[in-house]
Design a protein. Structure first.
Length: 413
């Protein structure tokens, strides 16, 4: 309940902030003047914001809002600059996640980029002919369309704390930092060919045009050349429409099966190098650290997961229910999903129906005669590569890749 209230308050404060920012971007006026034009006196507005958000932060800073699209509280949970899709919002939805419902993970804030002046620079020691592609140039390459998930490396992180008793630092996602869309774009290998990629290139590092992250600079994350030349795309469409501003307009990377951070949004530059490349996003972040990982391996591929299309914790009415959910894997499609409604004592197979695209997800359902009381639901996926979700996930300090079966509490009344 407290969370819901906070969401609403933050949402209103951000909406107001966004309106002020838009006004101030087009006309160079003071914040006070913007408030007056919006029909709010400076004092009244400040008091309103303080009352709404519980802090004056929204009014003390001139920074643009982190996320541009509306993120209503029946669909999203607000986590700082990020927006997690609520799993109950997937219920009744089709296979693809509409852009309006797709989670947002921003290290800083979504920039508004003009495609007419945007360009993509490809350069570095690993290319013979550095190139600058305009948006038009990009659209002239042969295009391909792929249905794939994008999922944050930290999706499910909160369960390290709530389920395993070892809280991990970082955004406390439930399981809503994932979405599946149909992406259309250009093969990165075609772009690298155009730039004359050399035989001894080892790393490819796309870089975002969003505001720099403190001293770490622009968000950027190297991809090994083998992966870059394999199935990576530079995409400009999501579900048949130009990418929305929050999801990387005018172009972003799609790195199938890899953690979200590899899928650099608002890409403006790609460095290709004959030497290994490093940024904060493959050194201080996105490595497994802690006692279980003395060698601090880099995090790259995703692990299988499952989620029920229910609130967390959920509520249901007693009687015949149909539980629905989705499971996904980076290693293939989904072979089977087993569900327990008694905390893991007994298991039954769910029925998978509809599309089951590799590196996207599968939708499933299972009937349940729900009796009044408290219940713990579990779903365990097996993918076509034979990976099975474990009972526990090996702890790492930053709580990456929580792939264990989640205990989903539900109250039936
Ligand atoms: N330029 C840029 N790219 C980025 C990010 C970012 O903050 N800046 N966040 C990354 C992370 S951590 C994730 S999980 C995905 C989220 O993509 P989405 O916001 O479209 O859902 O984008 C990735 N690409
Ligand atoms: Mo992420």
């Amino acid at each position: 309940m407290r969370n819901a209230l906070k969401n609403e308050a933050q949402y209103d404060a951000e909406r107001l902030d966004r309106a002020i920012w838009r006004l101030r971007r087009t006309e160079s006026i003071s914040r006070r003047e913007a408030l007056t034009r919006l029909g709010l006196s400076a004092l009244g507005g400040a008091a309103l914001a303080a009352g709404l958000s519980g802090s004056r932060r929204a009014f003390a800073q001139d920074a643009p809002p982190a996320v541009i699209k509306p993120t209503p509280e029946d669909t999203f949970r607000i986590l700082n600059t990020n927006r997690e899709t609520l799993w109950q919002a997937f219920k009744g939805q089709g296979y693809l996640t509409p852009a309006s419902q797709f989670f947002v993970r921003n290290h800083t804030s979504s920039p508004s980029i003009d495609a007419a002046t945007w360009s993509l620079r490809v350069e570095g020691s690993g290319v013979r002919n550095p190139i600058d592609l305009s948006y038009e140039d990009l659209l002239c390459f042969p295009t391909v369309t792929r249905t794939r998930a994008i999922e944050c490396a930290g999706n499910g992180r909160s369960f390290y704390g709530t389920q395993q008793g070892t809280p991990a630092s970082g955004t406390q996602w439930l399981l809503g930092a994932i979405g599946v869309a149909e992406w259309r774009g250009v093969r990165l290998s075609d772009i690298l060919d155009r730039a004359g990629v050399t035989a001894d290139a080892v790393d490819v590092m796309p870089e975002g045009l969003d505001p720099e992250v403190n001293t770490d600079g622009h968000v950027r994350r190297p991809i090994p050349i083998e992966k870059a030349l394999d199935d990576v795309l530079v995409v400009f469409e999501m579900n048949g429409e130009p990418l929305p501003p929050d999801h990387g307009y005018p172009a972003r990377l799609l790195v199938p099966g890899w953690i979200g951070i590899a899928n650099i949004k608002w890409v403006g530059r790609i460095e290709v190098s004959t030497e290994p490349l490093f940024s904060a996003w493959n050194t201080t972040q996105y490595r497994f650290t802690g006692a279980n990982y003395p060698d601090t391996p880099v995090v790259s591929r995703q692990v299988p997961k499952s989620a029920f299309e229910l609130a967390f914790p959920g509520t249901l009415t007693a009687g015949e229910q149909v539980l629905t959910g989705r499971s996904w894997s980076a290693e293939g499609s989904i072979r089977s999903v087993d569900v327990s409604v008694d905390g893991g004592a007994t298991w039954r197979p769910a029925v998978i129906s509809g599309r089951n695209v590799r590196q996207a997800w599968a939708q499933w359902s299972i009937p349940w005669q729900a009796t009044p009381g408290e219940h713990v639901l579990k779903a365990r996926a097996t993918d076509t590569a034979g990976n099975v979700q474990p009972d526990t996930s090996l702890f790492n300090d930053n709580g990456y890749l929580f792939g264990a079966v989640v205990n989903h509490p539900v109250t039936v009344s």
